[in-house]
Design a protein around this ligand. Structure first.
Ligand code: NAG
Ligand code: NAG
Ligand code: NAG
Ligand code: NAG
Ligand code: NAG
Length: 358
């Protein structure tokens, strides 16, 4: 089509002009100029979509691990206030062990920030926002609690799922057919299990849209070696980087129009750090011995050093340490797992992040 149009213009426009007041030389000149311009346009055209694709990748790249130095998160100061939460002090009666429902009574809200419109995102808005997305939550029991809270937001009914999930360390996948949302939970005791999962996704070329990861408590309890935890985080960081590069390349190719690869949207990576531990509430001797305030500080230092999370790394951290500290010691019965209200806040932080970056 473009070729025919070009030919028509090259032939007819100069002829038309010649009919009026152009010399033969000028006619030749204009004809050649038209032809060259059109030839260049025709050849450049196929590249325009991919140039656009490269440009449009930029704003999202921080959440995806492409360019940790990107100004995307910095340019919107609201991201750094996502964890500024007001918690109402939670008072528990002594028989709380028999009645956990009191725990969920904790009330919270965002500390109002000028220009930041944080909001509790409803089920219908969440389903709309995540339409067609594939989401993977991978990690230890903290990630599992997060997953249950997340599913509760999306489906409203998780009692059956809780029974299945908590009986043993099993995986779980759930599909919301109407909105085509697929949510997977993958049990991963250690960071190295998460790394293995990412490599498997890479081998399978099934790149999810959102990956929420978190592990550390098992390592602290069973390995009790902060520097080895640090190494495992660095390995994970390298894997996340290479996965996000490959995935973004796939999208680039699709927009260029030459190849179609399924599920090739860029994954967004999130990291759940360890919650504040309350040593006096821990329920075994080994836990009280190993999961000390000192050990927790060493593990947190390794996370910082590994640069897995923003601003130096590819993952946005959902800070369970801050959230659990805010909810307070009355929010936990065993000193390491908190009431769902804390994970609900974490889920709302994720949803607000996605809304702000979409
Ligand atoms: C926890 O609950 C007890 C009993 O109501 C209360 O005395 C205490 O101040 C609460 N602690 C916090 C940190 O809210
Ligand atoms: C648990 O606590 C809630 C609120 O404090 C109360 O309404 C409910 O009756 C209690 N349930 C039991 C079994 O004690
Ligand atoms: C990768 O593909 C294999 C074979 O189809 C499947 O068994 C496995 O669960 C897949 N892994 C992931 C992480 O999707
Ligand atoms: C801790 O892990 C590091 C790195 O894997 C290792 O070099 C060191 O020997 C370990 N320390 C102990 C006490 O096992
Ligand atoms: C905790 O760390 C501090 C400072 O590094 C040290 O002085 C203290 O002895 C440690 N406590 C325990 C119980 O190891």
């Amino acid at each position: 089509m473009a070729g025919l149009l070009a030919a028509a213009i090259v032939v007819f426009v100069p002829i038309g002009m010649a009919g009026w007041h152009l010399t033969r030389n000028r006619l030749l000149f204009f004809g050649a100029a038209f032809f060259i311009t059109l030839a260049i346009l025709v050849h450049v055209m196929p590249y325009i979509p991919s140039v656009l694709a490269v440009l449009s990748l930029h704003p999202r790249s921080i959440a995806t691990g492409l360019d940790p130095q990107s100004t995307f998160l910095k340019s919107n100061g609201c991201f750094s206030h996502l964890h500024s939460i007001n918690w109402e002090k939670l008072h528990l009666s002594p028989n709380v062990m028999e009645n956990r429902s009191q725990l969920s009574a904790a009330r919270w809200s965002w500390i109002p920030r000028k220009g930041c419109n944080f909001q509790i995102i409803s089920r219908s808005d969440s389903l709309q926002l995540l339409k067609g997305a594939r989401i993977i939550v991978a990690g230890d029991s903290q990630a599992r609690f997060f997953f249950v809270s997340f599913l509760e937001l999306l489906t409203g009914n998780v009692e059956e799922i809780k029974l299945k999930l908590f009986k043993y360390h099993s995986n779980y996948d759930y599909t919301i057919h109407k909105q085509q949302i697929k949510v997977d939970y993958v049990w991963a005791s250690y960071t190295s299990d998460i790394t293995r999962l990412l490599l498997e996704l890479h081998t399978n070329k099934t790149y999810p849209d959102i990956i929420i990861m978190g592990a550390g408590l098992w390592h602290m309890l069973h390995v009790a070696n902060a520097s080895s935890y640090g190494y495992s985080l660095q390995r994970l960081r390298r894997t996340v980087f290479s996965l996000s590069r490959v995935a973004s390349f796939s999208e680039h190719v699709i927009l260029g129009g030459t190849e179609v690869i399924e599920n090739s949207a860029i994954p967004r990576f999130f990291w759940l750090n360890m919650p504040t531990l309350i040593p006096s509430l821990l329920n075994s001797e080994l836990k009280r011995q190993r999961m000390t305030t000192n050990a927790t500080a060493l593990y947190a230092k390794e996370l910082l050093k590994s640069a897995l999370t923003y601003p130096k790394g590819p993952c946005f951290m959902i800070d369970l340490e801050i959230l659990s500290q805010g909810c307070g010691p009355n929010c936990t019965l065993d000193g390491m797992h908190y009431d769902y209200v804390m994970y609900n806040v974490a889920v709302q932080i994720l949803m607000n992040f996605l809304l702000m970056s979409s």
